[in-house]
Design a protein around this ligand. Structure first.
Ligand code: GTP
Ligand code: SPV
Ligand code: MN
Length: 649
């Protein structure tokens, strides 16, 4: 009889697994007979070991791989993924890879995402009778268990179960949180290595009774057992993303895509994160963080919440067109923010990489992103070129002459002729943050960077000015709660409709949005008690259009002109005029010197009574339908006051 070690040596060699650590047999017994092909069980704290054992018992993998985070490990997993046809090499660049997913698995699935609490109203506001709630999905504890039992038993049969220890936030920062993701996807392991701090170093931080967020993920297998695309197994029919804040648990089944499978991101850092933040008195938000230095050398940090695919990555990495300004990037998607002992709001980026929208990214619009992604990057669902590179909509001017393009589905594609997009509209690059040429020197500071202003924004083709400032903190919280935006390809929504997306968090709230607003309102007192104050709040809209459907504002680097005005407002300059909706720049206050395109400032800043009466009415209808019982009084009052001001226009 060969020993277990002998038995599995050839297997691990076959998949090009990293060095097999010889493990005493007793340890296999500990993991109930599941062979461990990488790492050592003794590395695991008691609680982690228990979680791994329970997961293995449920999922019945062929073997277990404790991920160490090394380059050697990553390389061998990439080689394996390549031999399976999941990824292809992009020899034009350095260590870059392209994954093509099953076309049925290309975005987050909001309708299949649930939060589990004892009572429904802990998760979602109670809508008006006959109205379906649009602020998250609740699942009862017994249904949660059933959902798991209907999908997970034996789901990793014949597969490797990877144990991924990761830290959201710099390892050891008092603001960071540790998670353990168990997954049967090597694509996920490699993506997590980019997006989080991952591997041995994280395990070392966990003592026997340290807590961590338990994340269980499987790409699944369809109920009929037929995997339609073996290079990208998934189970779209039964996909489900579950969260249980009471026990800090995340369970995801059926999808390998982004926010559905890289569980540190939206699941931990936002949904579970927001519930932890509520208890601990801080904020977990869908926000970029940037540092901006003005020509006098004065540096400030700004956080901004825009819905998915509405410009966070672009703003976070912008090259200002205004002379003398410098922008540096702390993070492009998520901010964890807490008032320090002096009452100054401080933010960390819990992530370690960028999972950015590819289409629209180019040397003209975001050169810093382009200079980040040509090494050590994992692309998903972009098009490829015959010279071993990538292509997507927006890169037309960067094509080498004579190259052929293969679209994201693997079909030949011709510029100017093909009727379908070359890259999926939600195709992404996954690249290490420290490769960004303008990464902020303080981006990994344990204490976080001081935040001077908070921006809300969205895609508003009509009626909403380029920028306006809230009159007060509670007015700002109201503006966040009333955010709306044109839907994008980042989730499963069809067509372009204006959707409510409060705080850009609609898909990511971990608890009742009414309580979330109360939590935000309470920050003013929290700051004051500590001897500080809350940052100013602004609303921006880069996407207003004229009658011909053309953008009124050039956007991208030109947005520095808006940031300049915002910074001057933070410094107390009287460069605003009061309107019913808030404070807008006085004519001429936005620096338009040297702007390449002529801008219709009047149209860009106009605040129309007709539009805003309708907007106020629609916000009211939204609150009445979605939050008849849960709307904080203060927010109702802000809406009332806005209505009166608009009526008096
Ligand atoms: P998620 O990663 O989904 O959260 O998206 P995001 O908010 O980071 O959006 P991103 O910066 O990737 O931008 C999405 C799309 O909006 C891209 O196609 C950009 O080219 C486009 N975009 C970004 N900023 C601007 C702008 O200032 N003006 C215009 N017109 N388009 C912009
Ligand atoms: C978003 O949709 O806001 C993203 C991409 O940042 S995902 O990670 O898929 O959530
Ligand atoms: Mn996002």
């Amino acid at each position: 009889m060969p020993t277990l070690v002998d038995q599995y040596k050839p297997l691990s060699a076959a998949i090009g697994s990293p060095k097999l650590k010889t493990v005493p047999k007793a340890i296999y017994d500990h993991l109930r007979g599941f062979p461990v092909i990488n790492g050592e069980v003794t590395q695991l704290s008691a609680k982690v070991r228990e979680f791994v054992e329970q997961s293995a018992k449920l999922c019945q993998p062929e073997k277990i791989h404790i991920v160490d985070g090394s380059e050697q490990e990553s390389n061998s997993l990439l080689t394996m993924l390549q031999s399976q046809g999941t990824i292809q090499a992009l020899p034009k660049y350095d260590n870059c890879w392209l994954a093509r997913t099953n076309p049925a698995d290309v975005a987050r699935v909001e309708s299949k995402t649930f939060i589990c609490t004892e009572k429904r109203e802990q998760t979602i506001p109670t809508p008006k009778e006959g109205v379906s709630g649009a602020l998250g999905n609740w699942i009862a504890p017994d249904a949660y268990e059933q959902a798991i039992q209907a999908r997970f038993p034996g789901c990793m049969n014949g597969r490797t179960m990877y144990v991924v220890p990761f830290s959201m936030g710099p390892i050891g920062s008092p603001l960071s949180k540790i998670g353990i993701e168990i997954t049967d996807s090597a694509y996920v392991v490699n993506s997590m290595r980019i997006m989080t701090r991952m591997g041995d170093e994280v395990l070392e931080k966990l003592s026997d009774n340290s807590d961590f967020v338990k994340c269980l993920h499987s790409v699944g297998t369809p109920a009929n057992g037929k995997i339609s695309m073996p290079s990208w197994p998934c189970d779209p029919e039964r996909t489900i993303i579950l969260h249980k804040p009471a026990t800090n648990e995340i369970v995801s089944y059926g999808s390998g895509y982004g926010g559905n499978s890289l569980l540190g991101k939206k699941c931990l850092a936002l949904r579970i994160g927001s519930t932890i933040a509520q208890h601990e008195g801080w904020l977990a938000e869908h926000m970029l963080i940037l540092g901006i230095t003005n020509p006098n050398g004065d540096k400030k940090y700004i956080a901004a919440a825009f819905p998915s695919a509405c410009g966070k990555t672009n703003l976070a990495m912008m090259n200002p067109t205004l002379p003398g300004y410098k922008v540096e990037c702390v993070g492009d998607d998520i901010a964890w923010m807490k008032f320090d002992s002096k009452g100054q709001l401080r933010a960390i980026n819990p992530e370690n990489g960028f999972f950015g929208v590819a289409p629209g990214t180019s040397s003209a619009t975001n050169p810093n992103a382009m200079n980040t992604i040509y090494k050590n990057t994992l692309f998903t669902n972009v098009a490829s070129t015959s010279d071993g590179g990538v292509f997507w909509e927006g890169m037309e001017n960067e094509l080498a002459p004579g190259v052929h393009i293969t679209d994201w589905l693997g079909q030949p594609w011709r510029l100017g002729q093909s009727k379908t997009p070359a890259a999926h509209p939600n195709s992404r690059f996954c690249a290490p943050a420290n490769q960004c040429p303008i990464i902020d020197p303080a981006w990994e500071d344990n204490e976080g960077v001081p935040i001077s202003a908070i921006l809300f924004g969205g895609r508003r083709p009509e009626g909403v000015p380029l920028v306006y400032e809230a009159n007060s903190w509670s007015h700002g919280v109201f503006i966040g709660s009333a955010m709306r935006s044109e839907s994008t390809a980042a989730a499963e929504h069809k067509g372009k409709t204006i959707m409510n997306d409060p705080f850009a968090m609609r898909p990511f709230f971990g608890y009742n949005f009414g309580d979330y607003m109360k939590h935000w309102l309470s920050m003013e007192q929290r700051a004051a008690t500590a001897g500080g104050s809350v940052p100013k709040i602004f609303h921006v809209n880069w996407f207003r259009k004229n009658e011909q459907g053309k953008f009124l504002w050039p956007g991208f680097g030109e947005n520095s002109r808006v940031l300049d005005w915002i910074l001057r407002r933070v410094d107390g300059e009287e460069c605003y005029q009061q309107t019913p909706i808030g404070r807008v720049p006085t004519p001429g206050a936005i620096n338009m010197d040297g702007l390449a395109q002529r801008v219709d400032e009047k149209q860009l800043f106009s605040v129309s009574k007709k539009f805003w009466l309708k907007e106020v009415e629609e916000i009211k209808q939204y609150y009445d339908a979605q939050l008849p019982l849960d709307l904080p009084q203060q927010i109702g009052k802000e809406l009332q006051e806005l209505r009166s001001r608009v009526e008096e226009m």
